[in-house]
Design a protein around this ligand. Structure first.
Ligand SMILES: Nc1ncnc2c1ncn2[C@@H]1O[C@H](COP(=O)(O)OP(=O)(O)OP(=O)(O)O)[C@@H](O)[C@H]1O
Ligand SMILES: [Mg+2]
Length: 536
């Protein structure tokens, strides 16, 4: 059940300015244009009606949108806005199928600048409810009320209404008892409505929103100055303040730092050219951006805004406007991953990061502690490094940049016994494994003899198995190999090995965490130490 457009995989949406002109002149689309618009089910549940009606208010440049529901929205949905309103003629036409003020020709479909464009929503809601549209056009003293009952215009009457529009939807799915049966509990439907209001509110901070459910105020959001303020209103000040700004002209918004993460994807919000987009299409890019930075099962908060040129995105892809795609086969994936990574890298967090730059004054080795940690000094700071995690991070960044390693001949070949399910895979991925630096030959049915392994592998057998598992499972190869290749806890390292590791680590882009998202550095400032010793 999708309420927001989903990006067709690998493509990005384009949005539209949600303040495209809609100020009247509702007309019926010609059959040729109407034919080009994918027909299909528009209203699945109360939340989808609320989404459509709020989008209409936003297209009408409303500065405040008030939503009221009863019975989870099945009994009543009332949406009031202070937008452009409609003339009496437009109001009457607006409830017809394919009636819109937002596009005219088939060409207009190529650069839709409003949230709506099909002339479908009011008609679709009116067809399954008792709908009254009351509206007054800006600058006119008159108002009109158009009532549609199960698809038929029941009345058109003069009314009293301030400039703007109120749409009242009673008894949703009155003529579709089966559809009603598919709805969730009243509470579930009310929650879905609240989620829609929140999501749309995040897409336009400058618009005020409120939601009342069963007479109770559930959401109250005065107009906000910017996205961070809106995030703060919706999700709280502490989350909003922790967020890091993204700095790209096409992709902007906010993401959480590594120290702030959540057990669910709840805080993932995406709008493309002002249009709220289903987050499923962006979750892979966000996951990739944080893949080696957060522990498994933890998710960041991400508020992404993609502003692409108008006309770059096709919004007429799915019957319920539930998919959009970037034209010309472009993909948002690398752009989103790259922008988030750049913002998270310690260097790009001016003053915002708690990560001092490692590249300033010299990092000098002190020694090893307990065979597990490397102790070093940098200026007035004592640095304790988890040597296993640091080595893993170094290997990971090296392998991600270039997974091909030099094949090092083993002094004596080793036999790797493969788990049953992996033994065919090793031959399926023979070419890929060779590129990684593995040279091996068949050794019975379920084993291979390894003659050479990548120079990053400390244990050739473990590394080979990890590589085959990652290749077969479509997992991150760099992470698997880094894990198997890294120095084990308890390894005693020579001073030279420690020095090299320390230097390699200091050049890592994300030196604070291992590729599994665990912290790997502890810092102790001389000042703090002296305070503890009661000396200043
Ligand atoms: N709240 C509103 N304020 C002003 N005009 C409105 C409002 N709601 C609807 N309209 C007018 O009614 C027309 C029909 O609305 P409807 O939602 O059915 O179609 P649409 O928004 O054009 O396209 P879509 O079906 O994609 O939403 C709109 O094009 C707009 O001109
Ligand atoms: Mg609409």
């Amino acid at each position: 059940m999708r309420l927001f457009p989903q990006l067709v995989p690998e493509f990005v949406a384009e949005g539209t300015s949600k303040y495209g002109s809609s100020g009247g002149r509702v007309h019926l689309l010609s059959p040729e244009v109407a034919h080009r618009i994918a027909a299909g089910e528009v209203i699945e549940r109360p939340a989808s009606a609320v989404k459509e009606l709020i989008e209409n208010s936003l297209d009408a440049a409303a500065s405040r949108v008030e939503v009221e529901i009863e019975g989870g929205g099945v009994g009543l949905i009332r949406i009031h806005d202070d937008g452009s309103g409609m003339s009496a003629d437009d109001a009457e036409r607006a409830v017809a199928r394919h009636a819109t003020s937002k596009i005219f020709t088939a060409d207009d479909l190529a650069h839709v600048a409003s949230l709506g464009f099909r002339g479908e929503a009011l008609h679709a809601i009116g067809a399954v409810s008792d709908l009254t549209l009351t509206t007054s056009e800006l600058g006119s003293r008159r108002a009109v009320a158009v009532r549609v009952l199960a698809g038929e215009i029941a009345s058109v009457e003069a009314a009293a209404h301030p400039p703007g529009t109120t749409v009242e939807v009673r008894n949703l799915f009155l003529n579709l008892p089966v559809r009603r049966g598919f709805l969730g509990t009243m509470r579930a439907e009310a929650n879905a409505v609240a989620a829609v209001v929140q999501a749309l509110a995040l897409s336009c901070p400058e618009v005020g929103f409120s939601l009342r459910s069963e007479g109770r105020r559930v959401i109250s959001l005065p107009a906000a100055a910017d996205l961070r303020e809106r995030i703060s209103q919706v999700h709280g000040l502490s989350l909003a303040q922790s967020l890091i700004a993204l700095e790209d002209t096409l992709v902007w918004g906010f993401v959480s730092p590594l120290s702030v993460s959540f057990p669910t994807r709840r805080y993932l919000h995406v709008a493309v050219n002002g249009r709220v987009v289903d987050t499923d299409s962006f979750a892979p890019a966000v996951s990739k951006a944080y893949a080696d930075l957060l522990p498994k099962g933890r998710h960041p908060a991400t508020f992404l805004r993609l502003d692409l040129g108008p006309g770059e995105v096709d919004v007429n892809v799915h019957p319920a406007k539930s998919a959009v795609r970037l034209r010309g086969g472009r993909s948002a994936y690398p752009l989103v991953v790259g922008t988030i990574r750049a913002a998270l890298a310690p260097d790009s967090e001016p003053g915002g990061g708690d990560v001092p730059d490692e590249r300033g004054s010299a990092l000098t080795l002190i020694g090893q502690f307990a065979g597990r940690c490397i102790v070093a000094q940098k200026g007035d700071e004592l640095i304790i490094l988890d040597q296993h995690g640091a080595h893993e991070r170094v290997l990971y960044e090296r392998l991600s940049a270039n997974p091909r390693s030099e094949a090092i001949n083993l002094v004596s070949p080793v036999v790797a016994r493969l788990p049953e399910d992996l033994s065919p895979e090793v031959w399926n991925f023979e070419y890929e494994l060779a590129a990684l630096g593995f040279v091996f030959e068949s050794f019975g049915a379920e084993a291979v003899r390894i003659l050479a392994a990548p120079d990053t592998a400390t244990d050739a057998v473990a590394a080979l198995i990890a590589a085959v598992e990652a290749l077969a499972g479509g997992e991150d190869l760099a992470k698997a190999l880094a894990c198997k290749g890294s120095a084990k806890f308890g390894d005693s390292l020579s001073r030279e090995e420690m020095r090299i590791l320390l230097e390699d680590w200091s050049e890592c882009e994300f030196g604070e965490v291992c590729p599994h998202g665990r912290p790997i550095v502890k810092r102790l400032a001389l000042g703090d130490l002296l305070r503890e010793f009661r000396r200043s």
